[in-house]
Design a protein around this ligand. Structure first.
Ligand code: DX5
Ligand code: ZN
Length: 220
């Protein structure tokens, strides 16, 4: 599939979401962060806003659920038409069943890991997942500093995917910028979330293209 960029709208102007998404035509996906004030200490938006936004976005929605009780709530995001639904490993009690439910609704199923959560206990789940998200900040807020301590986990995840011969995408989220994207790509990531880097740029679409070019060069 190659390198993909999925800008997070968390730090965009939330009062003009459709206009903000129209500023990033080169993006492969639109990353939407759902937070419930329990799994993370922040509250954002949910299903009704995503349903409204998806009617105006030309790209598919990549929803990142930072919510408790993912087993109960995640399938509805797939049913609502999100192209990819990411639940947190720390918030799912039956991740295999949940991934199968998401796939049964026609969406890609993805599982996220906070910085302190290892990938190794989930090795056997890889064939059930279309994407693994390695968080490179503690989830909850945009604009945080990239955590280099997560790079070895990206490498390990890529090695495990090769070992199992799966086509699972490997996403990174948090502090991704022109400064940090090469390190992630070299470690094996192929899907890049970038929030503040894109929406604080004068030309967000040029930033999307710049990030992609850097990641492509580094992954070669
Ligand atoms: C953080 C969210 C991210 C956030 C990234 O919990 O999951 O998607 O928007 O923002 P930046 O790129 O600014 O770190
Ligand atoms: Zn996110």
């Amino acid at each position: 599939m190659g390198i993909q960029i999925t800008p997070s709208i968390l730090n965009a102007d939330l009062s003009r979401l459709a206009d903000e998404v129209a500023r990033i035509p080169s993006a492969d996906w639109v990353h939407v962060d759902v937070m419930d004030n329990h799994f993370v200490p922040n509250l954002t938006l949910g299903l009704p806003v995503i349903e409204a936004l998806s009617k105006h976005a030309s790209q598919p929605i990549d929803v990142h659920l930072m919510i408790e009780d993912a087993d109960r709530w995640a399938p509805a995001y797939a049913e609502a038409g999100c192209g990819s639904v990411t639940f947190h490993a720390e918030a799912a009690t039956a991740p295999v069943r949940l991934a199968r439910e998401i796939r049964a609704q026609g969406a890609r199923a993805a599982m996220a890991l906070k910085p302190a959560t290892p990938i190794e206990p989930y090795e056997a789940l890889l064939p059930e997942l279309d994407m693994v998200l390695i968080m490179t900040v503690e989830p909850g807020f945009g604009g945080q500093k990239f955590l280099d301590l997560c790079l070895p986990k990206i490498r390990t995840a890529r090695e495990l995917m090769r070992k199992h011969g799966v086509e699972t995408w490997l996403q990174v989220d948090g502090g991704v910028s022109l400064e940090t994207i090469e390190r992630c790509a070299e470690a094996g990531a192929d899907v890049f979330v970038a929030g503040s880097a894109v929406f604080s740029a004068d030309d967000p679409d040029a930033m999307v293209r710049g990030l992609k070019a850097k990641a492509e060069a580094a992954s070669r």
